[in-house]
Every structure is written in structure tokens, then in C-alpha cells.
Design a protein around this ligand. Structure first.
Ligand code: SF4
Length: 195
């Protein structure tokens, strides 16, 4: 069987690279390309400081021009829109439209998730090991690490003093953070280890 021969001959690093290409391939669907799908996922997970084309460029490890083209394509298809912030009308943030949210429910990576569910893996252990590997590779190629707000060294739990805007506070901006914001990823994330 050629698949057995392949497995014996291909080093794990090469297999991961080829798997990456195959996962990219399944994302050419519903009229989107892999970068556009990744941008939709990112906007759905990112906090308010991070829903911008420049933060998207950092996340994708690409240029601002390329990220801007991705955003324009998604806007033209009606899946993303720019909304001005109430605090500063010069600032606009990217938001998913209803059509974008509905499309994301058809994310082709769900197919990959379903395949993974059939593997006999210790999911938590494997996730941690792959995350560590990914973080190392990201760092080696100079990509910025994004993290969840409530794990950030600047996250100030329960210190906002605001009953309306949210219980927590960002130590960088001094602004209140809601529970929802504290569970999102952020372009300004700082890990405890990097302090
Ligand atoms: S606490 Fe950290 S992750 Fe959260 S908004 Fe501030 S800088 Fe971003």
C-alpha cells in the first residue's frame, strides 16, 4: 500500500507540512480562499482592540496590503463590515455581518475536526503539545503571538470599578473589559513569561 510506504518514508515534520497543504485545500469552498476563512474566524474571536486590518495582518503573518485585500474581498461579499466606534468616530472596527456569521457556521475546518474526533488521541495532551510546537515555530519566524485576554499579564480582574462597561480592566489602555471581551484574543497580549 502506497500510504504505508509513505508513512514509513516521510518524516513527521514533512507530514505536518503536507497535512497543512491538504487542510488549506479543503478551504477553497463557498467562494472563499483559506486566508478569507481565517480572517472570518479571527474577527469572530478577536477583541475590540484587535478587529482591524493591521492586527489581522499580524495574526496571519502577512503584509498589511495583503490583509487589506482579504478584508476588501470579504466586505464586497457582504461577510464583513466596518463600524465606527462610539468613543472615537475616526476609528472603525471590523465586524462580522449576519451573512458572515451564518457562513462561519459552515466552516470547512469542521470537517477536519470531525476527522480528528475519530483519532485515538489524548486530546488535551495533544492540543498542548501542538500548541507548544506552533508557538515555537511562530516565534522562530517572528510572528506575533496572540493570546486570550484573561491570560494576559496586563489583565486586571474585577478592577474596572464600572458597573455598566464590564467588571475587568485592561492594564494597557485603562479601559473596562466585559466578560465576553476577556475571553477573546488580543493583538496586545503579553504573556507572564515575557515580562
Ligand atoms: S489585558 Fe492584555 S489581552 Fe486584554 S485587552 Fe489589555 S492588552 Fe489586550
Amino acid at each position: 500500500m502506497s500510504s504505508c510506504e509513505d508513512r514509513a518514508e516521510i518524516p513527521l515534520s514533512e507530514l505536518i507540512s503536507r497535512l497543512g497543504r491538504a487542510v488549506q485545500c479543503v478551504q477553497f469552498t463557498h467562494g472563499l480562499n483559506p486566508a478569507q476563512w481565517e480572517a472570518l474566524r479571527y474577527i469572530a474571536r478577536a477583541n475590540r482592540y484587535s478587529r482591524t486590518p493591521s492586527a489581522l495582518a499580524e495574526y496571519l503573518g502577512t503584509t498589511k496590503g495583503t490583509a487589506s485585500q482579504t478584508v476588501k474581498a470579504l466586505e464586497a461579499k457582504g461577510y464583513l463590515e466596518r463600524r465606527q466606534t462610539a468613543a472615537d468616530r475616526r476609528v472603525s472596527r471590523l465586524e462580522l455581518t449576519d451573512a458572515g456569521s451564518k457562513l462561519l457556521a459552515l466552516d470547512p475546518l469542521r470537517r477536519v475536526e470531525a476527522s480528528l474526533a475519530h483519532l485515538e488521541l489524548d486530546v488535551q495532551d495533544t492540543l498542548q503539545q501542538i500548541t507548544d510546537l506552533f508557538t515555537g515555530m511562530q516565534s522562530a519566524c517572528g510572528m506575533q503571538a496572540f493570546g486570550v485576554c484573561q491570560c494576559c499579564a496586563r489583565f486586571e480582574e474585577g478592577l474596572s470599578g464600572s458597573a455598566t462597561e464590564g467588571p475587568h480592566r485592561c492594564g494597557l489602555t485603562g479601559e473596562a473589559l466585559s466578560e465576553a471581551d476577556s475571553a477573546r484574543i488580543c493583538v496586545n497580549f503579553e504573556s507572564e513569561q515575557s515580562r
